[in-house]
Design a protein around this ligand. Structure first.
Ligand SMILES: Nc1ncnc2c1ncn2[C@@H]1O[C@H](COP(=O)(O)OP(=O)(O)OP(=O)(O)O)[C@@H](O)[C@H]1O
Length: 740
């Protein structure tokens, strides 16, 4: 079989769990077969990108990894990408100990799968000389088919293929493809019709909306802008809409008064920024140049001189995208394996039983869960507090207040272990020329504190800053917001919409709650001076039936340590929508049966409006990208997946028929019907994990306007208790799905 040429970015995208069948539908991957080689290129690659050459054997069923490793595809690809990245670092190549490397001349062997596959497969790879540090993966050896590096080196094997000509040709074709893909969407009646009907503003004009908003929304919209305001309400209560209309209203008022005004609307994701922009465009007011709508990270990337002038060659991971998170998780997994194999023994005696058991466990799932907790700790606790390695940094970490959502750490000694892992994590990132979004934001913040910014903010800063989904912002991000306003003489005027019940995977809400509650802490809201609260208690998105189910899930949330400011009295929340069908709970016999049932539901619902398949546990995501590609085969449906950078590319996926995504990527969006799936056993894991999963369940359910169906299967243990009790309480109907 022909060799395959890929790049690190393409490998990373594949490693998010993208199914091979879905590659042709990916807006950021381009695949081309030439007579000599096959190539896979990512839209972020440039012509001088490092190339990864994979020599394949027969590969009848699997194109991207050795056939016997197809089941481990994602982990194998991720390790291949890590290897190639390491190969770029100048100096001798060194791999984490857990990879068990051997070297012989130019060749290097290492385990292909983290935590080992049954056959203990190892790669034989080579880094080619030259500036690009191209990498060749020659073959894998297994415990049954051993070949030492020396034997391999002596045995006849093919030459390194000549790839330059094919690369240049493929690169040019890819460039043309990506340029075309980014161009205006082809006109498509179904798409444009759907866009108008489904936008948050329903295609109504600005004046129509001003007449139709509810009393509590109006109170917020019409209030003065001399103070910061927090607009609080449950999912679907019209916070985004009220925020959007207020931003527009302030621009209109300034125009009438002949004043110049600059307004910023900040979001957490590109998806929501695009939705708000669409809403504004559809209000019949023409272009509103005074308003910028951006995700915060984008602002940091375009304004921060540190980022713009950074010539270190470091690239960003964790850019609010699933693939970034995935890459960090793989990194931490590798780190953990090494740590447990080597140094853990010296820490073990000082660590309490519970944490000890987690480090000791060799179970793959346990390791992953621990890696996840560490990811949250590194990014949202240590990184968010801008604690970077250096003298005294450990003490700063030890003094941070702990909130209930954080990884429980019982003693200073336990924190010491975690901090040691953090230091290694940072060292690894640095060695691989990687940075995280927290680092970009921390640098941005330091720029915002300079005299230089203090001078320029008067011209490039904003008069008013609106923040949607404020609950998704970390304390670090909140501090950044305060410096974006123009007038340095008064408190920044920030208008925040938030729903304390929606918590992102990083679960920032805990720390946020602590901050806003305590007036003595360095609370971000303190910097805003006097903040007025507005409450929305009518839900406009969904039916009373969906609201009843959501209230039920809400009651099952373990008590957050939230403080008064954050309590929303759910019992007083009502729905303004007409009655709709009762939510349904469908229990299928197997995973495959569940997918068939989902497919049938999509087929039946497709013509009646937009449908989302919301995957609650993102660890089940790979299964659903494959599902998405199956149902999106030609002649079936318009299917969009939000799995990673594709959403950051600003796809117009909201206009399409079916959206398949991890629940966390659906924040702020809405659909006629939501099919909720990928629900793990919510009762089993730690409180931390349970809160996270319940919170995603809440997020998934609250995206629906008319119809909610929840799919579970017997393979994964059937319905969790929270749903069974919803059936018992008549908030859902239960039915049997297909048996097999
Ligand atoms: N006063 C109103 N009358 C009719 N419909 C409304 C009103 N306010 C909001 N809506 C509609 O309710 C839906 C939800 O609104 P919106 O997205 O602003 O809610 P949200 O509070 O931001 O929700 P979430 O936090 O879940 O993202 C939208 O379709 C919007 O058009």
């Amino acid at each position: 079989m022909k060799p395959l040429i890929v790049t690190v970015d393409a490998l990373r995208e594949l490693a998010t769990g993208l199914s091979p069948e879905a590659i042709s539908a990916s807006p950021i991957l381009f695949e081309i077969d030439t007579p000599e080689v096959d190539l896979l290129i990512c839209s972020t690659d440039d012509h001088s990108a490092q190339r990864v050459v994979l020599l394949r054997e027969k590969n009848l069923k699997e194109r991207y990894v050795p056939e016997h490793l197809a089941l481990h595809r994602r982990n194998v690809l991720s390790r291949m990408a890590s290897f190639a990245e390491r190969a770029r670092i100048s100096g001798p190549l060194s791999l984490p100990t857990g990879w068990h490397q051997y070297k012989y001349n130019h060749l290097i062997a290492f385990y292909a799968v983290p935590g080992l596959d049954a056959q203990a497969s190892r790669w034989i790879a080579e880094v080619l000389p030259g500036d690009r540090s191209d990498v060749v993966f020659w073959l894998t050896t297994t415990s049954n088919k051993k070949e030492t590096l020396e034997e391999f080196a002596r045995s006849p094997h093919p030459l390194v293929p000549q790839i330059d000509a094919a690369w240049t040709q493929a690169y040019q074709a890819a460039k043309r493809y990506f340029d075309h893909a980014r161009g205006p969407a082809p006109s498509d009646v179904e798409m444009s019709l759907a866009a108008r009907e489904e936008s948050t503003t329903k295609g109504w004009s600005y004046d129509q909306w001003l007449r139709s908003v509810s009393e509590d929304q109006r109170a917020f919209i019409e209030t003065g802008t001399d103070k910061s305001i927090r607009l609080r309400g449950p999912a679907g209560s019209g916070k985004t809409l009220a925020l959007t209309i207020k931003a527009v209203r302030e621009v209109m008022a300034a125009r009438d008064a002949g004043d110049e005004i600059r307004v910023l609307v900040v979001t957490h994701s590109w998806a929501l920024a695009a939705q708000i922009q669409d809403s504004m465009d559809s209000m019949g007011l023409g272009i509103l140049n005074e308003i910028d709508v951006f995700p915060l990270l984008e602002i940091a990337k375009t304004v921060s001189p540190h980022y713009l002038t950074d010539t270190s060659g470091f690239s960003l991971i964790g850019e609010d995208s699933y693939s970034g998170k995935r890459a960090q998780l793989d990194e931490i997994r590798g780190l953990l394996d090494d740590f447990v194999a080597e140094d853990w023994i010296t820490y073990r005696a000082s660590v309490g039983e519970t944490l000890c058991a987690r480090f000791d466990s060799t179970d793959e799932e346990d390791r992953l869960a621990l890696a996840w907790d560490l990811l949250v700790e590194f990014g949202s606790v240590i990184g968010a507090a801008a604690i970077f390695p250096g003298a005294g940094s450990d003490l700063r970490y030890f003094q941070l207040p702990r909130a209930s959502w954080m990884l429980p750490l019982a003693s200073r000694d336990e924190m010491r272990v975690v901090f040691e892992l953090y230091l290694r994590y940072m060292r690894n990132l640095e060695a691989r020329s990687k940075m995280t979004s927290d680092q970009v934001l921390a640098d941005f913040l330091s720029h915002l504190e300079t005299h230089a910014w203090n001078r320029t903010r008067k011209s490039v800063g904003y008069d008013l800053v609106f923040v949607d989904e404020f609950h998704l912002f970390s304390p670090l991000e909140r501090q950044v917001l305060h410096f974006l306003t123009r007038d340095v003489t008064s408190y920044p005027r920030v208008f925040m919409a938030l729903d304390p019940r929606q918590s992102p995977s990083e679960a920032f809400i805990g720390i946020a709650a602590k901050e806003t509650r305590s007036s003595t802490s360095a609370a971000s809201d303190d910097d805003l001076g006097d903040v007025t609260n507005f409450e929305l208690t009518t839900v406009h998105r969904f039916t009373p039936q969906i609201l009843a189910l959501i209230k039920h899930v809400h009651l099952k949330f373990p008590t957050f340590d939230l403080g008064h400011d954050w309590d929303i009295d759910f019992s007083s929340v009502e729905s303004a929508q007409d009655a709709g069908p009762l939510p349904r709970l469908i229990t299928s016999g197997t995973r495959a049966a569940e997918e068939n049932d989902l497919f049938r539901a999509i087929r039946d619902l497709y013509s009646s409006g937009r449908v989302a398949v919301a995957v609650v546990d993102s660890r089940q995501w790979p299964r659903f990208t494959e599902f998405a590609s199956r149902i999106g085969q030609p002649a079936n449906f318009h299917v969009s997946t939000i799995s990673g950078r594709s959403d950051i590319e600003g796809l117009g996926y909201r206009r399409r028929g079916v959206v398949v995504a991890p629940a966390e990527y659906l924040a702020g969006l809405q659909f006629d019907t939501v099919l909720v799936t990928g629900i793990p056993d919510i009762e089993a894991p730690s409180t931390n994990e349970r809160t996270r999963l319940l919170s995603f369940l809440y997020l998934a359910l609250s995206r629906a306007q008319r119809d909610v169906r929840v799919y579970v299967n017997e393979d994964d243990g059937g319905a969790p208790e929270v749903l069974l009790s919803a059936v018992a309480g008549h908030h859902m109907t239960a039915e049997k799905g297909s048996p097999v």
